[in-house]
Each structure stands twice: as structure tokens, then as C-alpha cells.
Design a protein around this ligand. Structure first.
Ligand SMILES: Nc1ncnc2c1ncn2[C@@H]1O[C@H](COP(=O)(O)OP(=O)(O)OP(=O)(O)O)[C@@H](O)[C@H]1O
Length: 607
């Protein structure tokens, strides 16, 4: 049984980057050349101040002699250099973009597939949102880092090194002046980055909270209106928006401080350069061109320092995101698909055998204990039991949505072989056994597209045959646009009963030999109820079925009733045998009868 692993928690930042790159090898494709281009464009940009110096000095001329033709050449050279540097920067960005997007697209595909391989346990409701955000926003964060911040880091570091080297070549005294001015900022960068990172964490958290308080009343609009809680809802929304605004303002204040500090340091450095430059110039140690070039070189330091805190924060976020995606990819799939190595199931209608099956949810007690039972082919079995007795767990094990903790579940025929379902490929298994939920999930598409989830390549003729066989032709004829009707998000344009019918048609299209059904509990109108009962009867004909029964009639009409109590199979027989056996079933049956008579009594009572 696996939870999202914490293995990646132990990796250092660099190890995460290495692991991340090995999972998306396309990112590294041609990275060497891209880095060389990045360095070339940096050097190109840094050479401009040198050209300014030689242009100014030869323009003003040594000893009063002006060489205008040289100035023209230098200017032409500078223009050419700027154009070439621009082209190199463009080429570098395109290469970087293509490589990182290709690599990350692969990572998205891998992560998405892996989410599907995880068992229903790992993907339980509250984790689903987290899993989706790993595939989407976490990978976006890495992409942002690789395409912008990461290269900015390389370019910025390169720019600082090259600019400092050129400064040192011109004048070590002025270089010391500049570096001393920037030193306090360099030292405090990490402190700023940590504070900014924390501030952004709060921004992200408040974005989540804000979206939740906005989305909830939209989804539950009818409840908000029914109970007239618009004001309270609006107050919660306002508070959510305000929280996000405050967090953003706080984070942006920090950004503004770093920007202003770098600008201030640049201004001070330039003032120092001019002051000391004049002194050195007067002594004849420095030319005017060199002092002007220094001012430009100081400008080359300001940009990287202004961006440094942002770069460090983005780097931290990207590493955290990479860590989360790696954790997801490292989580072992606990229900493993044997794929091509899987065995086939025998032909003919299948039965099932539970061989001393025990099951416990992660860190929980055994919820199924030593279940030993054989279900014959074509048998109609009803499962009954109190809530929490283990009925759904039994059904999930039977369809391999989860694997038993101990023991095995097999499918086969009494005369043929029995195969452990963990050795059968998912594809083969789904051809034979299918779990029909109370209501199928509906996608925002046409009714036809939704039905075809049962069999993607079914023709229209096949589809209408199945609908006719289930006796549902009159139902879809009542829909305004027949099979082309749009069902809306999650099927909201259909009634609960119609959504049940969709689940039945899908399963009939899939045509398995064995159906495991969670009987619908939601009340529907009598006409749809009748249709659903008739369709279900036809669907189960000639098939083996196990139904989690919530209705009296289902248990009464079944060939066999299995009664669960606190994770144990306590009774096994027909309705007639069990209803007077003095056990759990007799008690349950009595309470069903009582409920049914209460319901009919209330129905005829005047209001
Ligand atoms: N995802 C889960 N994680 C942990 N425990 C679970 C999980 N799902 C079910 N259980 C526990 O396992 C036990 C059996 O649950 P199960 O859903 O199989 O019962 P059930 O008979 O189908 O109940 P119901 O009729 O209410 O659906 C219960 O105690 C339940 O709390």
C-alpha cells in the first residue's frame, strides 16, 4: 500500500535538479551550446562599454587630436555587435524554450500516467486536487524557472563576472569603490530571498483559500440562495480577497525594497566612480572614456542584483516543485498492471473465488477478515450488511481497484482454470469484469460521447441496439436532441435517474461477463425507476453479477445473498433461507420492511 513517498524529501537541492533532469532528458538536449550562446550574448553586452571608452577617447583624441574616421568605425562596430548579440540572445532563448518545454511535456505525460496507475486509495478525494496540481502548476513552476529565471541566473552571474573583470582591467581602485558599494547588498541577498520565499508561500496559500471561498458558493449557489446566506457568503469572499491582497502587497514591498536598494547602490557606485575617477583623471591615471565606461559597467551590475532575490526565490520554488513531482513519480503503483506479461482469462461466463482474503486500509484495522467464498458463473448475488460492514471494499477487491492485504481473488470457471486477477492485464480484466457505480461520472459532452465511454469504437447502430436491448429507446427519444443532447458539466442537465441509465448503457456497451454493481440509492421518479429496473434486469441476464443491495427486492430476487458484518462473511444463502434464520439478515430485512411501510404510510398521510 503506498502513500505519496517522502523519499525525495531527503534529496538536496542539487540532487533534485540532477534527478529532475534525468527524468526529462530532453531538457539537456544541446544545453552546452545554449549555455555557450548565453555566455556569448552576455560578453557581447559587456563589450559595449569598452567600445564606448575607445570611441570617447579617440573621439576626444589624445592630446587634442580628434580621429573622426575611427569614431565612425567604432560606432559601426558597436552597432554590429549589438545586432549580433541580439540575434544570439534570440537563438539561445528559442533553443532553451524548445528543450525545456519538450522535456517538461514528457514529465507531464509521465506524471499524468502515473496518477492513473496509483490505486484508488492514493487517489482518494482529498488528494486528487493535490495530484492535479503536481501535474499542472508544479510543472509550470519548473518551466518558468528553466525558461526565464534559470538562464537569467547564468546570464546574471556571467554578467557580474565579466563586468568586474573589465573594471579590474581598467582600474583596480575604481573596481574596489564599486564592489564596496554593492557589498552590503550582496551579503543581504540570501536574507531577502528567504523572506521573499516565505512571503510568496503565503501568497500561494491565500490564492488557494481565495479560490476555494469563491468557488464554493458558485457551486453551491442554490444552497446559498435557499438559506439566504448571501451576506455571510459575500463576507467570506471579501475576507478571502483581502487576505490575498495583503499577502501580495507584503511580497511586493520586499521586491520593491530590493529593487530600490540595487538602484541606490548603483547610484552610489556611480557617484564614487565619478568622484574617484576625477581625482585619478586629474593625476593623469585615467582617461575620460574609461570613467564613462565605468558608469556603464556599474549599470551592468545593477540589473542582476535587482533580479537576484527574485531569481533565488524562483529557484527555491522550482526545486520545491521538482521535489513534489519526483515524489509523485517515485510513488510505486500499488495495483500493478502486468500488461503484456499478463495471463488470459478462460472463455465462457466467469465466476469468482475469494481465497482467505483480508484487507486493511493504510494504517487501519482489518476491514475484511478471512473472506472465503466462491461465486458461480451466471449467479446473481446480492451483498447486504450494515453500513461500514465491508461491502464496497469487497466489490473493489473483486474488480481489482485495490489488492488484498493477504489472500487472493481469482476469476475463472469451475471446470476450467482459476486465475489470480493480479496476474491478468487491466485490458483483459476490463473486458470480463466491470464495476458499475451508483451513478457514472459524466463528462461535459454529448450523451453519445458519454455513452461511448463503455466502448470507444462502437458505431451508432451498435449503440442503438444496446439501448433498444435495455428497453431504453423511449427514454432517449424524449431528450430534445436525442443522442446529441449536451449533458452539461458532470451531467447536470440530466436527472439523477437518467445518469443511472447512462451508467447502465455504458456497461452494456462494454459487454463484460461479470458485473459488480453498487445499487443506486438516490430516489428517482417512478417512470425512470421502472426504466432503470427493467434495463438492469436485461443487463444482468446471462451474466454473473454481484450487487451491493440497498433495496429489499434486490436481495429477495437474488439467487444468493452474502451477508457481511464487521468485515466478516457471516451468512450465505437464499433470501428464503436467511430471512427466518434468526441472524443479521433477518434483522436487516425486518428493518427494511419497517422502513418501507413507514415510507408508504407517510406517502398517504395528508400533509
Ligand atoms: N478509503 C478508506 N480509508 C480508510 N478506511 C476506509 C476507506 N474506505 C472505507 N473505509 C473503512 O472500511 C470499512 C468498510 O467500509 P466499506 O465502504 O467497505 O463499507 P460498506 O459496507 O460498503 O459501507 P456503506 O454501505 O456505508 O457503503 C469502514 O469501517 C470504513 O470506515
Amino acid at each position: 500500500m503506498s502513500e505519496i513517498t517522502a523519499e525525495a524529501d531527503r534529496l538536496t537541492g542539487m540532487a533534485i535538479v540532477r534527478r529532475g533532469l534525468s527524468l526529462s532528458p530532453a531538457i539537456k538536449d544541446g544545453l552546452g551550446l545554449t549555455l555557450v550562446l548565453a555566455m556569448l550574448s552576455t560578453i557581447g553586452g559587456s563589450v559595449v562599454p569598452i567600445l564606448i571608452q575607445v570611441t570617447v577617447d579617440s573621439g576626444l583624441g589624445d592630446g587634442g587630436e580628434t580621429r573622426l574616421s575611427d569614431v565612425a568605425w567604432y560606432l559601426a562596430g558597436a552597432a554590429l555587435l549589438i545586432v549580433v548579440t541580439g540575434l544570439i540572445a534570440y537563438w539561445m532563448r528559442v533553443r532553451l524554450f524548445v528543450a525545456s518545454e519538450t522535456g517538461l511535456a514528457q514529465m507531464r505525460v509521465d506524471a499524468f500516467r502515473h496518477v492513473h496507475d496509483l490505486s484508488m486509495l492514493t487517489q482518494n478525494a482529498e488528494r486528487r486536487g493535490v495530484l492535479v496540481s503536481r501535474v499542472t502548476s508544479d510543472i509550470d513552476q519548473i518551466s518558468q524557472f528553466l525558461q526565464f529565471t534559470g538562464i537569467m541566473l547564468v546570464v546574471s552571474v556571467g554578467q557580474i563576472i565579466v563586468a568586474t573583470a573589465i573594471m579590474a582591467y581598467y582600474s583596480w581602485q575604481l573596481t574596489v569603490v564599486v564592489l564596496v558599494t554593492f557589498l552590503p547588498l550582496f551579503i543581504s541577498l540570501k536574507w531577502f530571498a528567504d523572506r521573499l520565499s516565505r512571503a510568496y508561500d503565503i501568497v500561494r496559500r491565500t490564492v488557494g483559500e481565495m479560490l476555494a471561498v469563491i468557488a464554493e458558493p458558485v457551486v453551491g449557489a442554490s444552497v446559498v440562495r435557499a438559506y439566504a446566506i448571501e451576506r455571510r457568503t459575500q463576507e467570506r469572499v471579501d475576507a478571502g480577497i483581502k487576505g490575498n491582497l495583503d499577502a501580495n502587497v507584503k511580497a511586493q514591498r520586499l521586491v520593491a525594497v530590493t529593487f530600490a536598494s540595487a538602484g541606490l547602490a548603483g547610484g552610489l557606485a556611480n557617484a564614487g566612480v565619478i568622484a574617484f575617477g576625477v581625482i585619478l583623471g586629474v593625476r593623469g591615471d585615467l582617461s575620460i572614456g574609461t570613467v564613462i565606461a565605468f558608469a556603464f559597467l556599474v549599470g551592468l551590475l545593477v540589473g542582476p542584483v535587482q533580479m537576484a532575490t527574485q531569481v533565488l526565490t524562483d529557484a527555491q520554488n522550482a526545486i520545491a516543485s521538482w521535489r513534489r513531482v519526483i515524489e509523485l513519480l517515485d510513488t510505486p503503483a500499488d495495483v500493478v498492471d502486468p500488461g503484456n506479461t499478463g495471463v488470459s482469462l478462460p472463455g465462457g461466463t466467469l465466476g469468482a473465488h475469494f481465497d482467505t482474503v483480508t484487507f486493511a486500509y493504510p494504517d487501519g484495522p482489518d476491514v475484511l477478515k478471512g473472506i472465503e467464498v466462491t461465486i458461480e458463473p451466471e449467479q446473481r448475488v446480492a451483498i447486504v450488511g450494515e453500513t461500514g460492514s465491508g461491502k464496497t471494499t469487497f466489490a473493489k477487491l473483486l474488480t481489482r481497484l485495490m489488492d488484498p492485504t493477504t489472500g487472493s481473488v481469482r476469476l475463472g470457471t469451475p471446470s476450467g482454470e482459476w486465475q489470480d486477477i493480479s496476474t491478468v492485464s487491466f485490458e483483459e480484466l476490463r473486458k470480463h469484469i466491470l464495476m458499475v457505480p451508483q451513478e457514472g461520472f459524466l463528462f461535459d459532452a454529448t450523451l453519445r460521447a458519454n455513452l461511448l465511454y463503455g466502448k470507444q469504437d462502437a458505431t451508432d447502430a451498435e449503440l442503438s441496439d444496446v439501448i433498444n436491448d435495455l428497453g431504453l429507446a423511449d427514454w432517449y427519444a424524449t431528450l430534445p436532441r436525442g443522442l446529441d443532447s449536451e449533458v452539461g458539466q458532470r451531467g447536470e442537465s440530466l436527472s439523477a435517474g437518467e445518469r443511472q441509465l447512462v451508467a447502465l448503457v455504458r456497461s452494456a456497451l462494454a459487454n463484460p461477463d461479470f458485473i459488480v454493481l453498487d445499487e443506486a440509492t438516490s430516489a428517482v421518479d417512478p417512470q425512470t425507476e421502472l426504466r432503470a429496473t427493467r434495463a438492469l434486469d436485461r443487463l444482468l441476464e446471462g451474466r454473473t453479477s454481484v450487487t451491493i443491495a440497498h433495496r429489499l427486492s434486490t436481495a429477495e430476487n437474488a439467487d444468493r445473498v452474502l451477508v457481511f458484518d464487521a468485515g466478516q462473511l457471516v451468512e450465505d444463502g437464499t433470501h428464503a433461507q436467511l430471512v427466518t434464520a434468526g441472524g443479521v439478515y433477518e434483522r436487516l430485512h425486518a428493518s427494511w420492511i419497517a422502513q418501507a411501510s413507514l415510507a408508504s404510510h407517510t406517502a398517504v398521510e395528508p400533509a
